[in-house]
Design a protein around this ligand. Structure first.
Ligand SMILES: NC(=O)N[C@@H](CC(=O)O)C(=O)O
Ligand SMILES: [Zn+2]
Ligand SMILES: [Zn+2]
Length: 435
């Protein structure tokens, strides 16, 4: 018998279809075939139907992450494609884009194909590789972007490093636009961040650490926006962290530029004060900044200046973090914490729920040119079911990721992913309520 799944009386939320109502949603094989009040009453009677009655639960389109580091090939002790995709599924993600700063760098068709082959073997959440902009991420010669695209890359980026040379960036934008690939920039003027250990401000002064000033990001973003305008290419800002970036993007968008941006949960929630006394879990690039940056980023996300939320899931092992601050690797995990953390912002009234959903579904899907994420008849059944009321405490033992580097351990959050479905296949299902 073909697969038949019936969600009964769930709150289905899909801003792109102007949907927010308590309804039934019926899935046959890989598609949503019916939805509406009591639309599942008949189907639920079928002997082979899997009926999911979850009063109070929310059903959202599957989440899309534009920015994750899966560490395979090369650093599988931190994460691999299997554990990374498992973490993604547990976080409600049906699609994730993997950054190319692997070992070797994903700057060739061969690496892209190998990653996709591995993801295919593993199954579950879909993996979409991002190819490098320059060979070896060295910032010099461009990669064969046509090959990367043909092999399955959805964007190009040298993330972890910034393309600082303006001529290289110009050529990258021109070349990528031939293949309709967005160029994702890690905006950091390396000349201004040499030796930098955290945000340049009162905390870096107190701790005696060299700082990464906001302007190191703003300079690159403003130059890139000029280049994007000049070349007409698609340009995307990774992990926006400053109020300057938000202001520059707002101005660029008001003039009709084809530019987009993402922000991470940690940059929306934490300031440099979280570093405390050298807590390496808070070491991340770009660094945690100040309250006024948080305010600007939240405002930018709420009004659409910032299009998407991305996790920048950056797993590092204990050996990479359990050392002196200056030796510790930057980055924090995010796939499993993103949705619950940001539901907290919604509960506080700092972000409309519809914007949160769009910024995790339709917006990133559009940037990576993935199929629409919709809850409507005929759409592919990429869905996530959440219990918005369940409270739980973030603990290493409940994480699928191989690494546990996050400053949010021990924090109690409200809202939990109960089920993730990729084209009608259940790829994650949580154990029953623990509290
Ligand atoms: N965000 C980080 O601090 N680290 C990322 C690289 C990056 O996103 O710049 C990593 O690969 O570990
Ligand atoms: Zn980066
Ligand atoms: Zn990154």
């Amino acid at each position: 018998m073909d697969r038949l799944i019936v969600f009964r009386h769930v709150r289905a939320i899909d801003p792109s279809s102007a949907l927010d109502a308590v309804i039934d949603v019926v899935i046959e094989k890989d598609r949503i075939v019916r939805l509406g009040p009591d639309a599942g009453a008949e189907a639920a009677k079928a002997e082979w139907a899997q009926v999911i009655t979850a009063p109070g639960a929310w059903l959202l389109p599957g989440l899309v992450d534009l920015h994750a580091h899966l560490r395979e090939p090369g650093q599988e002790y931190k994460e691999d494609i299997r554990s990374g995709l498992a973490a993604a599924a547990a976080g409600g993600f049906t699609d994730i884009c993997a950054m190319p700063n692997t070992l070797p760098v994903n700057d060739s068709r061969m690496v892209t194909e190998a990653m996709l082959a591995r993801a295919h073997e593993v199954g579950g959440t879909r993996l979409h590789p991002i190819g490098a902009i320059t060979v070896g991420q060295r910032g010099e010669s461009l990669t064969e972007m046509g090959d990367l695209r043909e092999a399955g890359a959805v964007a190009v980026s040298d993330d972890g490093r910034c393309v600082t040379n303006s001529a290289v960036m110009r050529r990258a934008l021109e070349y990528a636009s031939v293949f309709d690939l967005p160029v994702i920039q890690h905006a950091e003027d390396h000349a201004l961040t040499e030796g930098a250990q955290m945000h340049e401000g009162s905390v870096s002064t107190r701790l005696g650490l060299r700082g990464w000033p906001r302007v190191a990001e703003d300079i690159i973003v403003s130059r890139d926006l000029l280049l994007a305008e000049y070349t007409g290419a698609r340009y995307h800002v990774a992990h926006a962290s400053t109020e300057g970036t938000v202001r520059l993007l707002r101005e660029a968008k008001s003039r009709g530029l084809r530019v987009t941006a993402e922000v991470t949960p940690h940059h929306l929630l934490l300031t440099h004060e979280a570093v405390g006394l050298y807590d390496t879990a808070c070491k991340v690039n770009p660094p945690l900044r100040e309250q006024r940056d948080i305010e600007a980023l939240r405002q930018g996300l709420a009004d659409g200046t910032i299009d998407a939320v991305a996790t920048d899931h950056a797993p590092h092992a204990t050996i990479d973090k359990g050392c002196e601050w200056s030796e510790a690797k930057p980055g924090m995990i995010g796939l499993e914490l993103c949705l619950p953390l940001l539901l907290g912002l919604v509960a506080e009234g700092a972000l409309p729920l519809a914007r949160l959903v769009t910024s995790l579904t339709q917006a990133p899907a559009g940037i990576a040119r993935l199929p629409d994420k919709r809850i409507r008849e005929g759409a592919r059944a990429d869905l996530v079911l959440i219990d918005p009321e369940e409270r739980w405490t973030i603990d290493a033992s409940c994480l699928r990721s191989k690494s546990h580097n996050t400053p949010f351990l021990g924090r109690t959050v409200k809202g939990r992913v109960k089920m993730t479905m990729v084209a009608g296949n259940v790829v994650f299902e949580s154990t029953p309520r623990s509290s």
